[in-house]
Design a protein around this ligand. Structure first.
Ligand SMILES: [Zn+2]
Ligand SMILES: [Zn+2]
Length: 424
């Protein structure tokens, strides 16, 4: 019988790659702590209605990409395709809107979308995101962008660029969409089939179509641009935000076609790219969602946030040659017989108490096996105990890099390992 395999679009994350995952996660936690954002963990599945209302009926996510199922109680549930709607659901459900309307939260975890799998895009994928709810100041949009920026910088991605746009409020958006639809109706013969459908259901989505025919239409000098339709309040918000970004020394460009696929975005939309590997890779994006709470039946609540995919980051870091050593084991404990096993496990316990990372193998293998394995693991030190060492309560320490070796008591050995660990 053939082995069972993981479902298409999912994968096991293991081995050396885990080091990069941990690195991304640690940077996210560290940056969140520094900026005063608290973690929130929402369920993996939610009622389907949360996403049809919170993400929007006309979006690709709701139309094609959701993992929706009926449970044994007859409820329609959906594996979360994104993190913002669940966070807003939690905010409303726990009464924050009334009791403590301003919160700063972040999340990290798996999301699910039925998409065509490709490098860095999976059906079970992982995202981290930051949400500042209850704040309408444009400086808060800038803080969110700064957090994203800092996370990428800390991860060693330096060739960063930021694209900015404003989607306006419902009234600016409504006026723009009307004009856009009229314009596109006249050009309908050049639109791709997908965009012909979008034109009716979600016309803003036409703007991020990659089809050549559609791209040609966008190049037209008379193509309507959203920022020409912004009301006074919305353009003031945008101007203040851009001025704040200049103060923060975060360079940006305006991309009038940056729309993002989700209905609840208002005003600020942004995307961050890196040129670290030559071509421009999008590494994250976000924006303001002042209409999300109302879409979910709540009061009017401002909000701004961003999300980024961890798979993409890990892929980039891996290509940049980071994190190629898996475990950071300092010492390999190699017993040669049963009595050696006892003594080395006692030593291992002391190592762990002192924070010295060790790996213990067992005595059913030869000295040759142990040395070969230690070498393969790139472990600096090996500790051996033979008959002679056992009789005198001593240990043989071998430096695999220099070839030197010492016979030491347990306390001398631990002292040396601690010094090595601190100087590493
Ligand atoms: Zn407006
Ligand atoms: Zn198109």
């Amino acid at each position: 019988m053939p082995y069972l395999q993981v479902p298409k679009g999912t994968r096991d994350i293991m081995g050396k790659e885990i080091v990069l995952w941990r690195k991304v996660e640690e940077v996210v936690y560290e940056t969140a702590k520094n900026f005063g954002y608290e973690e929130i963990r929402t369920p993996i599945f939610e009622s389907t209605e949360l996403f049809t209302r919170g993400v929007g009926e006309g979006t690709d996510i709701v139309q094609k990409e959701m993992y929706t199922f009926t449970d044994k109680g007859g409820r329609s549930l959906t594996l979360r395709p994104e993190g913002t709607a669940p966070v807003m659901r939690a905010y409303l459900e726990h009464g924050f809107a009334v009791q403590q309307p301003r919160v700063k939260w972040f999340y990290l975890g798996p999301m699910f979308r039925y998409e065509r799998p490709q490098a860095g895009r999976m059906r079970q994928f992982h995202q981290f995101g930051f949400e500042a709810i209850g704040f309408d100041s444009p400086a808060c949009d800038a803080e969110i962008i700064l957090i994203a920026w800092r996370i990428y910088e800390r991860l060693g991605l330096h060739k960063l660029s930021l694209e900015m746009n404003s989607l306006g409020c419902p009234s600016c958006k409504f006026r723009y969409i009307e004009t856009l639809q009229q314009f596109l109706q006249r050009e309908i013969h050049s639109l791709c089939d997908t965009c012909k459908v979008r034109l009716e259901k979600n016309p803003l989505r036409v703007l991020d179509c990659k089809n050549e025919g559609c791209q040609t239409i966008f190049q037209s000098p008379s193509f309507p641009r959203l920022q020409d339709f912004l009301c006074e309040e919305c353009s003031k918000h945008q101007e203040t935000l851009l001025a704040t970004l200049r103060f923060l020394d975060i360079p940006f460009s305006i991309n009038p076609r940056l729309v993002r696929g989700l209905d609840y975005y208002t005003r600020t939309a942004f995307e961050i790219k890196t040129g670290e590997l030559g071509a421009q890779d999008a590494v994250g994006g976000g924006g303001r969602y002042d209409n999300l709470s109302q879409a979910l039946g709540g009061p009017k609540v401002a909000g701004v946030g961003f999300a980024a995919g961890i798979e993409r980051m890990v892929l980039l870091l891996n290509k940049m040659g980071q994190g190629l050593h898996a475990l950071e084991t300092l010492v390999y404990l190699a017993p040669l017989d049963g009595e050696g096993e006892l003594h080395l496990l006692v030593l291992g316990r002391r190592c762990e108490e002192l924070g010295i990372p060790f790996y213990m193998d067992f005595a059913d293998k030869t000295l040759k096996y142990h040395l070969k394995k230690a070498q393969k693991m790139k472990v600096r030190f090996v500790v051996l105990v033979g008959k002679a060492e056992l009789q005198n309560s001593l240990f043989l320490l071998k430096d695999m890099f220099s070839g030197e070796q010492w016979t030491l008591s347990q306390e001398e050995l631990l002292k040396k390992l601690q010094e090595e660990k601190n100087s590493a």
